[in-house]
Design a protein around this ligand. Structure first.
Ligand SMILES: *Cc1c(COP(=O)(O)O)cnc(C)c1O
Length: 480
């Protein structure tokens, strides 16, 4: 019971209900394979089950939790199902969930070092751990000129990289005077749409974003980039930023970072490397070829919230020279002044991203790294890649199918040779069955199915079952 003079939840009641919630989550994990992976509700169906107005009087917690099961669960697409192969994963794990819960429990707002020193120092430390873990260049360490910061998403990371590039190219005057309309940025035709959004937000204008053509593997063609930059300079424009992608969203293509970096250096352009999902693969030395040349990048980002068992949201963003970022984003109103900041001895992460306030996100990342250890993380990443490669082998062995792009890591892009209609129908039947969930893209103008192995609990039997279901739906009794 609540304290009669208070509407708050007492610590005793919190303890009781907290146990019930953890039980609920553990039960959810045990029965997750019994749900259709893709939610089957119609638009408006969930809202129609909710009361029109908010309750006048508080309700019992059991009742609220009951409605999670009754009302909310049918409207959930089960991202944590081992049969989830759609988009890129947003995987989670026990230690991450518990770390996140503790972050909520502490309820810290870590905008300044002084608003909770541990929130800043743990983040700096864990992000320094990740540099050698991923084989990234030492210049990203906080002990040198650079440093890392947790952003909410890769989209935000790209935006702040672009803003810093814009400022560096205009001697830090754009912030004061507004954006010079001659600034130009570059990415490939396969780059994530967040770059176009960033260009718009940064005030640079989407007409000033050049989409460079790609080769047969969907990777940026460096000679086309060099050519475009030169013709823009001739036209009196000011090239300032290139985004290279390690693992594009559509097909997992890997841009040639080393060659792109050389072009960037020739013209003093900021190079940002977006490795949102595939960056996690670099935990394993044998996959580090994907980031060849990253030592020349000005900034780098990957999402532990995609493939590194750390629940959403958690993007890790590094800069080679933190001065550029801080000079771009710092503000100091009187009410935030404090001794630690003035002393210059601390990091105030509010100057490293768009928003002021920040959650204690490093806690979940710290829990994940300590729970699994480097070896545990490597084990599961290798296993996901092995399973995706196995799936690609099955596709290659069935003459009705073709691979639509090189399957280099954990994404397989494949399609029936019979054409778009057949592929569309196959995808609808698979997803409609609830047995698995995969999504599509277009490559070379053709509808292509994507199967991404990266959910925390996906094992061999799940991927075997996915291939069996594909065989059944295409008229072959499955036996892989
Ligand atoms: C998923 C993805 C993004 C966007 O990720 P958010 O963290 O949701 O912003 C950006 N770039 C690439 C290459 C991605 O795969």
């Amino acid at each position: 019971m609540s304290d009669p003079k208070s509407f708050h939840m007492s610590p005793e009641e919190f303890r009781r209900q907290g146990h019930a919630v953890v039980d609920w989550i553990a039960d959810y994990q045990s029965r997750i394979e019994s749900f259709p992976v893709l939610s089957r509700v119609q638009p408006g169906e969930i809202r129609s089950k909710l009361p029109t107005n908010a309750p006048q009087q508080g309700e019992a917690f059991d009742q609220i939790l009951g409605d999670l099961e009754r009302v909310i669960l049918p409207g959930i697409t089960h991202w944590q199902s081992p049969n989830f192969y759609a988009y890129f994963p947003a995987n989670a794990s026990g230690p991450a969930i518990l770390g996140d819960l503790l972050s909520s429990g502490l309820g810290v707002q870590g905008m300044l070092w002084s608003t909770s020193p541990a929130c800043t120092e743990l983040e700096t430390h864990v992000l320094d751990w990740l540099v050698p873990m991923l084989g990234l260049p030492e210049k990203f360490l906080s002990t040198g000129s650079g440093g890392g910061v947790i952003q909410d998403t890769a989209s935000s990371a790209s935006l702040v990289a672009l803003l810093a590039a814009r400022e560096r190219a205009t001697q830090f005057t754009s912030n004061r005077k507004g954006c010079d309309g001659r600034l130009v940025a570059y990415c490939s035709t396969q780059t994530h749409s967040s770059i176009e959004k960033a260009i718009k937000i940064a005030g640079m204008g989407s007409d000033n974003l050049r989409h460079i053509e790609v080769d047969h593997k969907f990777a940026m063609r460096p000679e086309a980039l060099a050519h475009q930059i030169e013709s823009d300079i001739k036209a009196g424009l000011i090239p300032c930023f290139v985004c290279a992608t390690v693992g594009t969203t559509s097909s997992n293509a890997i841009d040639p970072v080393r060659e792109i970096a050389r072009i960037c250096r020739d013209h003093s352009l900021w190079l940002h490397v977006d490795s949102a999902m595939s960056g996690t693969a670099a935990l394993c030395p044998e996959f580090r070829f994907i980031q060849d040349g990253v030592e020349f990048a000005d900034s780098y980002a990957f999402n532990p919230h995609k493939w590194m068992f750390t629940n959403f949201d958690c993007n890790v963003f590094y800069v080679a020279d933190r001065k550029h970022l801080i000079q771009t984003l710092s503000i100091l109103p009187e009410y935030l002044r404090n001794q630690a900041t003035e002393s210059g001895a601390v990091i105030d992460y509010r100057d490293w991203h768009i928003q002021l306030g920040r959650r204690f996100r490093s806690l979940k990342l710290w829990f994940v790294i300590r729970h699994y250890g480097i070896e545990g993380l490597q084990h599961h990443i290798r296993e996901h890649v092995r399973l995706a490669q196995q799936f690609a082998t099955w596709v290659r062995g069935d003459a009705r199918f073709e691979l639509a792009a090189p399957a280099q890591l954990n994404l397989v892009c494949f399609r029936l040779r019979a054409g778009d209609d057949s592929n569309q129908k196959l995808m609808e039947r698979l997803n409609g069955s609830g047995d698995l969930f995969l999504t599509h893209t277009k490559l070379d103008g053709k509808l292509t199915l994507r199967l991404c192995v990266g959910q925390t609990h996906t094992q061999a039997r799940h991927v075997e079952h996915a291939w069996q279901r594909i065989q059944q739906e295409t008229g072959k009794p499955g036996n892989s």
